[in-house]
Ligand binder design. Structure first.
Ligand SMILES: [Zn+2]
Length: 430
């Protein structure tokens, strides 16, 4: 069976706890989802547990680890097999050349990233990640000595073919936005504007931002039904209130027009979703996070929620500190942390993702508060910490001890003091 190691990071409003304000809450993720393929033509790992984006990265990281060099056995003696093609590479990891193959009913081309006698993992030319049994590939051949991602023009043509005549594809520099025909003005520039704001925000804070390797794809569905049909067909089980998600496996954002095409109607509903998901997509494509070596969940969701505030995503228009405060997260934080933050809980949030499994609202509230505190008071260290976590190799394990060591290397190891300072800082956030 072919597995796509796909998990979605749903943003927008998912299955909120009843006591949450239904206008601003990104925190409650649906509890379960399934594996999926980028195109729906592959069998799915339907029993896979739902993961939001960072759990996905953990899953993906685990998959990559399964291809550790000591366990690789490339069978060069087998004639006419995919492995014969791959065996020309000096190592069984991260080749730079491209191969073409028919896998299931898909014709794919890309860079083999890991392979063994049993499975092959490929980065496709459009930025999607594919994992499949070696034996299921047919008609394979080596097509180039160098990996070449699709240009925006090439990918645009592919997207037209994939989504059909009801959709247009508009290019906006870094983005290719698939949207209902005739709605170019409604969608095209919004993604690119957010991308630019993100890059600006980090550039002025001294963080090196890489150009994305692939054109960034966002798919806007015309209505909720289309969006949910697509997710269901592709094995993504999202909660009934989900408005959008970012999938690290496909590297795409999907969302739907929550205003149902009516101008001015509830636009904020779409805007909030775009901001959160584009933040994830941009962070994982510009080197702020790494897509294939795990990323502390508090760090990714802290950044996603940080950017929800207009003083962050539109800092030139809203330069005041008060605009940088995410009001909904602040409300959650005050409710869920009425007293001082527990240093042990803080340490656990930093060293593992368990807090998200136990109480997701609480974990989100503290992720935002900690991120806001660090960027407001120690921006250079925060940038150093982001760079440190992003510098790890694909598939490199990120055990709790290492996560803790990376954090303490930058911010020190006195969690009692950190919790006390964070709590005091938050008292003054108004
Ligand atoms: Zn998120």
């Amino acid at each position: 069976m072919i597995s796509l190691l796909h998990r979605a990071c749903p943003g927008g409003r998912n299955d909120w706890p009843a006591n949450h304000d239904a206008t601003h809450n990104f925190s409650a993720f649906p509890p379960r989802s399934a594996g999926a393929s980028p195109t729906g033509t592959f069998p799915l790992r339907s029993s896979a547990p739902f993961c939001s984006n960072i759990c996905f990265f953990s899953c993906l990281t685990a998959a990559l680890r399964a291809f550790a060099p000591s366990r690789l056995r490339v069978k060069t003696f087998l004639p006419l097999t995919l492995l014969t093609v791959l065996a020309f590479a000096p190592s069984a990891r991260a080749a730079d050349f491209m191969i073409q193959a028919d896998v299931g009913d898909r014709h794919v081309e890309g860079r083999p990233t890991h392979w063994s006698a049993d499975r092959v993992q490929m980065m496709l030319r459009d930025g999607q990640f594919l994992d499949f049994p070696t034996a299921e590939a047919r008609n394979f051949r080596r097509t180039s000595d160098r990996f070449r991602p699709y240009s925006a023009g090439e990918l645009r043509t592919k997207l037209f073919a994939e989504f059909g005549p009801g959709f247009d594809v508009t290019g906006t520099g870094h983005y290719l936005v698939v949207h209902p025909k005739g709605q170019k003005d409604r969608w095209a520039s919004r993604f690119e504007d957010l991308y630019r704001s993100f890059v600006h925000y980090f550039s002025v804070r001294g963080l090196r931002i890489k150009e994305p390797e692939f054109p960034l794809v966002a798919v806007v569905w015309g209505n909720k039904q289309q969006f949910f049909n697509y997710a269901a067909t592709h094995g993504v089980n999202i909660g009934g209130n989900t408005v959008g998600y970012y999938s690290p496996a496909t590297n795409r954002v999907h969302l739907y027009d929550a205003t149902a095409g009516q101008s001015g109607a509830n636009w904020q509903h779409n805007a909030d979703t775009i901001i959160h998901e584009v933040t994830h997509q941009t962070a994982f494509n510009t080197g702020v996070h790494t897509r294939f070596a795990g990323c502390p969940r508090w760090l990714a969701e802290g950044l996603g929620t940080l950017f929800e505030a207009r003083g962050i995503h539109s800092s030139r228009e809203f330069p005041n500190r008060t605009d940088r405060i995410n009001r909904q997260r602040l409300t959650d934080y005050r409710r869920l942390f009425p007293k001082e933050v527990d240093p042990a809980y803080l340490g656990e949030l930093i060293s593992s993702d368990r807090a998200f499994d136990r109480d997701i609202s609480k974990a989100y509230a503290l992720s935002w508060a900690l991120t806001f505190y660090l960027v407001e008071t120690q921006p250079r260290r925060y940038a150093e910490y982001l760079a440190l976590t992003a510098a790890r190799q694909p598939g490199e394990p990120y055990p709790e001890a290492k996560r803790l060591a990376d954090f303490t290397k930058i911010f020190g190891d006195n969690f009692s003091m950190l919790a006390a300072r964070l709590s005091r800082f938050m008292v003054d956030v108004k």
